[in-house]
Design a protein around this ligand. Sequence first.
Ligand SMILES: Cc1ncc(COP(=O)(O)O)c(C=O)c1O
Length: 390
Amino acid sequence: MTIDNQKSSTLSAKAKFKVPFGTVSITDKAKELINEALASNWVTRGKYTDEFEKKFATLFGAKHGVSVSSGTDADTIACAVLYDFGAERGDEIIVPALTFVATGNSVLAAGFKPVFVDVKRDTLNIDPDKIEAAITPKTRAIMPVHLMGKPADMDAIMAIAKKHNLYVIEDAAEAHGAEYKGKVCGSIGDMACYSLYAAHIITTIEGGIMITNNDQMANAMISLRNHGIEGKFQFKRIGFSAKMNELEAAVGLGNIEIYDHILNTRRRNLLHLIDIFKKYDDYFISIREETHEKIGPHAFSIIVRETTGFSKDEFVSYLEEKGVDSRNLFYSIPTQTDSYRFLGHTLGDFPEAEFCSDNGTHIGIHQDLDIEQLDYVGQVVEEFLKTYAK
Ligand SMILES: Cc1ncc(COP(=O)(O)O)c(C=O)c1O
């Protein structure tokens, strides 16, 4: 079932796209489990949620999986876990300037201050060379994002974290199945957070999950997702109401059964588009896979280079006219979203993130797209360049 991702930032939800942005796989197994849960009248957290958490954690090589209502809740609760580890309200967490707004919002929702660091335009991820300048005595953690499923530079990030005694929370919302130097993204930091929203590789429609190998962190997560309860009505922490239910977990279990198929189809699509875009390198910076990494394909990013003679808006309008759905390549949260004006940054403070946003877009590579649809994207780009390129 193809869907129009509701996080659309630039384009209206027009009728039908030849190449839709997102999809959701609801398997027969999921339907069977949903019916069973409904028939049993046990629909809140229960055996399917438990099973989903165990299977998800195993899939990504972690000891614990703690499910929640959204990827945003996962990010928020992982941050709030730090109060069990000496953090205080108002402390700082370092995040990339270019990401979905939920990353910054979660830090604030947990009671911390997000400190933004610019990204690199060729990886879209936090620039490790700029992290140390952002560290203060109040910094408690670094929260890198593996944007588009492309791994952040974890060796450099982990080395900085070790040197300054900081925790690392991986925002792996978009990076199911990504690998960095042979390690699973999500298993490198202290905790990792995934979105299970409909457009993601494993989905529960709405939902999120945290993974960790640390027992104390897992206990805090379990308490925090349920109002901070520990034991019988003992409120140990300022908690949240963020539990996953059985129906959502059933959809997730169905997805885990076909995970290899989803991941392999997305990887086939990613590699095919990478191949198509090789010949357009003079015009676009598009997502690339380096030998040390395996992208967990969320979507395909395309940034219009500065010297092409056409604008991102012209390119995106052409794509839309031809039925290729797209989303803006996010924004520099501190300088290009109204809600973060209160931090006092000014345009130009995060030039790389701003450049990616001003000139970037991303299109779908999900499991319901076939090679013909991707070749069609190639044709559309070719036609566009014939008309618009200098
Ligand atoms: C990088 C990133 N972090 C966090 C989230 C929040 O996830 P959710 O929409 O499930 O709350 C998203 C959403 O896709 C995301 O892309």
